[in-house]
Design a protein around this ligand. Structure first.
Ligand SMILES: Cc1cc2nc3c(=O)[nH]c(=O)nc-3n(C[C@H](O)[C@H](O)[C@H](O)COP(=O)(O)OP(=O)(O)OC[C@H]3O[C@@H](n4cnc5c(N)ncnc54)[C@H](O)[C@@H]3O)c2cc1C
Length: 390
């Protein structure tokens, strides 16, 4: 073993996970829980340094496709019991998501969603503007034609989820190496034999997992695998902390604005910029502040009195149908993907990492992940998710 900062880098792994976000740490935990040994996770920076630690913390069941509604329902059920299971408080507050519609098209989408959700046992309610104001008393109802609300949706502290998973995984025997970068692969007869890192080579007996978020595409390329994912910058900000007055995550469908309050009371929120080009840019800009402030003040006018404290940016790892890639690839036999979440990975990862762990441990997950296979982009009919926010 080679010493790095007091830790010895393992020379061999059964399952080598690349990436210390919610996917990598969640997978390490779920594998260890199933009794898999020889789990090694590499993170080139610190835990949560990618999108996981930069995100809005939202988790919701309000989606537009049957598959995604069912998937997120499972994820939320997992989030509800995770604090006990991990022995770690992830600060999950279930105070709903409130979607606002400002035109007929958005209104119809919300009405269709309610029908779909109810059919699937998800208690989303349709509200008129006044009923929406009962949930957020500071809401400006002007121009709002209708809304939907689901009380089981909520927000959590993203770093806590990553830390909780990592701590529990380590307790169960997984090895996690920070500031250790995967730089290349030794591939023989279509299998990865070892991973080259900046601290040395690690032999791999079973699987290598690409959980590198928006950098998964670059990493996969080093193994000769081409992913369709593209990185997009998304900016986000927090205000000074205040007493809780925006309980749900409020989403304005007309422009992709989302905002709520964190457990510390900061108003946290973001908004998409349709003109943003694909890049790895992580800089913060004035344009975002302008777009966000205008949109946020229209929804909650009292926000104009509140001071902004901090803004930052993260990357959405976006696929053509806005759904993740989970599972094996054709080119390399033992190279699994868990990436391409397209801006909703925090809420998908609890269930996605459980299913991928089952695939590794038992050869088959308890629910098929075939629809997330990379093959869908070549062969299948792709069904795009319409409710991607930000
Ligand atoms: C502004 C913003 C708001 C968001 N809001 C939400 C939300 O409200 N709800 C939600 O569900 N999702 C949200 N998301 C999306 C969510 O953050 C991501 O989908 C999710 O965190 C992805 O997790 P991950 O572990 O797959 O990737 P990441 O968290 O990006 O982790 C990948 C890790 O891999 C590491 N890495 C990369 N290359 C290497 C290498 N070669 N060697 C070693 N390590 C490497 C990186 O350093 C990084 O830490 C948001 C994203 C952004 C940017």
């Amino acid at each position: 073993m080679r010493q790095i900062g007091g830790l010895s880098l393992e020379r061999e792994a059964n399952v080598l996970i690349i990436g210390g976000g919610v996917s990598g740490t969640g997978l390490a935990y779920n594998l260890a829980k199933l009794g898999v040994e020889g789990i090694v996770l590499l993170e080139r920076n610190y835990l949560g340094s990618g999108a996981s630690g930069r995100c809005g913390g939202g988790a919701r069941q309000q989606w537009t496709t049957e598959e995604n509604v069912k998937f997120m329902k499972k994820s939320i059920e997992i989030l509800e019991r995770l604090p006990q299971e991990l022995k770690f408080n992830i600060l999950f507050r279930q105070s709903g998501y409130l979607f606002l519609a400002r035109d007929e098209e958005q209104l119809n989408l919300l009405k269709e969603n309610v029908r779909l959700h109810r059919k699937l046992g998800v208690e989303t309610r349709f509200l008129d503007a006044e009923e929406a104001r009962e949930i957020v008393p500071v809401l400006n109802t002007e121009g709002i034609l209708g809304a939907t609300y689901n009380p089981k949706d909520g927000v959590l502290f993203p770093f806590a989820l990553v830390w909780g998973y990592a701590k529990a995984a380590k307790r169960l025997g997984a090895k996690i190496y920070l500031h250790t970068e995967a730089r290349g692969f030794k591939i023989e007869n279509g299998r990865i034999k070892s991973v080259f890192t900046d601290k040395g080579e690690i032999k791999v007996k079973e699987w290598v997992v690409n959980a590198a978020g928006a950098y998964s595409k670059e990493l996969a390329r080093k193994a000769g695998v081409e992913l369709p994912n593209k990185p997009y910058r998304h900016e986000i900000m927090v205000t000074e902390p205040l007493k809780l007055f925006i309980k749900p995550m409020v989403v304005d469908l007309s422009n992709g604005l989302y905002m709520t309050q964190t457990s510390r009371g900061e108003v946290i929120g973001g908004i998409g910029d349709p003109e943003e080009e694909s890049s790895y840019n992580l800089e913060s800009g004035h344009k975002f502040l302008y777009l966000f402030s205008r949109a946020a003040i229209r929804v909650i006018p009292i926000l104009k009195e509140i001071r902004l404290m901090r803004q930052w940016a993260g990357l959405y790892d976006t696929t053509p149908d806005k759904n993740p890639i989970l599972g094996p690839v054709d080119e390399v036999e033992n190279f699994l993907q868990i990436n391409g979440y397209s801006g909703h990975g925090l809420m998908m990862a609890p269930y996605a990492t459980q299913l991928l762990a089952e695939l590794i441990a038992y050869g088959k997950p308890s629910e098929s992940i075939e629809r997330f296979s990379i093959r869908r982009f070549r062969e299948g009919e792709i069904k795009a998710e319409k409710a991607v926010i930000g």
